[in-house]
Design a protein around this ligand. Structure first.
Ligand code: UGA
Length: 444
């Protein structure tokens, strides 16, 4: 089928490539010309495992093309997937629909110029319940002759494994309000259905809500194990054994039960806040959801104090080293990253940071409070960042950090302390080198 993708960010690009790999003919559109120019040359605009290879392969097969001309994507597509960002409105906490409204306005106008040829618009971005209806009304108001059907098809891909997740979905959710959309959307996902993956059809509002309910439930699950972890640190109970044993109960499942420095990324934090706001608007007091938002913020803000306590208050005016800036490994994304809270809290206490991340430095510089930047120096090598600092913090679980030469690092740090917020190192090995090794969940 002929597929158009509007918005070539994390979701649009990875999923455009996946559809192309599944045999569909794909045109990806983005408003940013520089991005499109790079992609046309086979240069990926984001970090995702194997993306360079998959991009080149599909370009060579001519299974995918890139354009910054809306006319090209609309005239050449039977189904248009809308994959633009729906960030948090920083003033209200609600989902900011401006990119959705701007792009659907342009689609509506361009469709009129092209003679109102029929297409299906699949909303892939995460949007509050009722948004598809709002988009439909908005588009028809601009162009009453618009010949289209709208459906909700939320994505469930994790950054860092977006390509794997798309190709191996636990389920594909499609919200429709008519048989024609159901039939066409069924055809797009037929290659996945033929491989045995579940395609779940429901109505549009339900599909919209499945996304928020899923992300917020996982947010609550991780927040819960993080709080259990705090109790373990005070009592000597082993949080990893607890998570493992709880996970043996099929009703709970072992996934998304790893304690850590708090939840980051562009999805869980903002979607949980937006769901709480949706509740507010409906006059509902959603206590569990609100609590999960606050619990996560408190956890991220507590990281600096934990480090200061571990070092017995010997850090003021000194420099520490930090490995990891992205919100998790295998992505260059730093949105809502716990490292942002950590460095900002450290800066408030006059503690400087030497930081290294394999892929996240540029995006981190852009995200961090400009005043805090004065307290950070960035390095393009872990050893250079660690050299001559008080202690070492690991906050992202990059593989590279597991394989550093910690005997060499021992001589580089003054207080001989490692604070490992992801527990990626071996406790016995670190202690045998001579480190005071603190990991998340260890009895303080
Ligand atoms: C999340 C969802 O997992 C995807 O299904 C969804 O499509 C996506 O949001 C989205 O809405 O677009 P993502 O934000 O890429 O994906 O990252 P996750 O791998 O889910 O991790 C989110 C955060 O939870 C990270 O900070 C991670 O470190 C943390 N986490 C995850 C834990 O602390 N413990 C865990 O056990 C799992």
């Amino acid at each position: 089928m002929k597929i158009g993708i509007i918005g070539t960010g994390y979701i649009g690009l990875t999923e455009g490539l996946c559809f192309a790999s599944l045999g569909q003919s794909v045109i990806c559109y983005d408003i940013i010309k520089e991005k499109i120019d790079k992609l046309k040359k086979g240069i990926p605009t984001l970090y995702e495992e194997n993306i360079d290879f998959i991009l080149k392969e599909n370009l060579e097969k001519k299974a995918i093309t890139f354009t910054d001309d809306l006319k090209v994507v609309l005239s050449g597509s039977e189904i248009v997937f809308l994959c633009v960002n729906t960030p948090e409105n920083p003033k209200t906490g609600e989902c900011d629909l401006s990119q959705i409204m701007d792009s659907t306005e342009s689609i509506s106008k361009m469709s009129e110029i092209l003679g109102n040829k029929f297409f299906i618009l699949a909303i892939r971005s995460t949007v509050p319940v009722g948004t598809n209806k709002q988009i439909k009304e908005h588009m028809l108001k601009i162009n009453p002759k618009l010949n289209f059907l709208i459906c909700s098809n939320p994505e469930f891909s994790r950054q860092g494994s977006a390509i794997y997740d798309f190709m191996n979905p636990d389920r594909v959710i499609i919200g429709v309000d008519n048989e024609k959309s159901k039939e066409r959307m069924g055809l797009v996902y037929k290659p996945l259905k033929d491989k045995g993956f579940q395609i779940f059809f429901t109505n549009i509002e339900t599909a919209e809500m499945i996304k928020y309910a899923s992300n917020t439930f996982l947010n609550i699950k991780i927040g819960f194990i993080n709080e259990i972890c705090d109790i373990c640190e005070m009592t000597g109970a082993n949080v990893n054994d607890i998570a493992k044993a709880m996970g043996m109960d099929k009703r709970i499942s072992p996934f998304f039960m790893k304690p850590g420095p708090g939840i980051g990324g562009s999805c869980f934090p903002k979607d949980s806040i937006a769901l709480a706001k949706m509740g507010n608007k409906l006059g509902l007091d959603l206590q569990i959801i609100n609590a999960s938002v606050n619990s996560n913020i408190a956890r991220k803000n507590s990281l600096a104090n934990r480090v200061i306590n571990y070092s017995k208050n010997k850090l003021e005016g000194k420099t520490i080293s930090l490995l990891g800036l992205t919100f998790k490994a295998n992505t260059d994304d730093t949105r809502y990253s716990p490292s942002l809270n950590l460095v900002e809290e450290l800066a408030k206490k006059n503690i400087k940071v030497h930081a290294y991340d394999p892929h996240g430095t540029d995006k981190f510089k852009y995200m961090v409070n400009p005043k805090t930047l004065d307290f950070i120096r960035f390095y393009d090598n872990a050893y250079l960042a660690i050299k001559d600092t008080e202690l070492l913090i690991i906050i992202t679980e990059w593989d590279e950090f597991k394989h550093l030469n910690y005997k060499k690092i021992y001589d580089m740090i003054h207080q001989k302390i490692i604070v490992d917020f992801r527990k990626i190192l071996d406790e016995q090995e670190m202690e045998s080198i001579g480190f005071k090794y603190y990991y998340i969940g260890k009895k303080i």
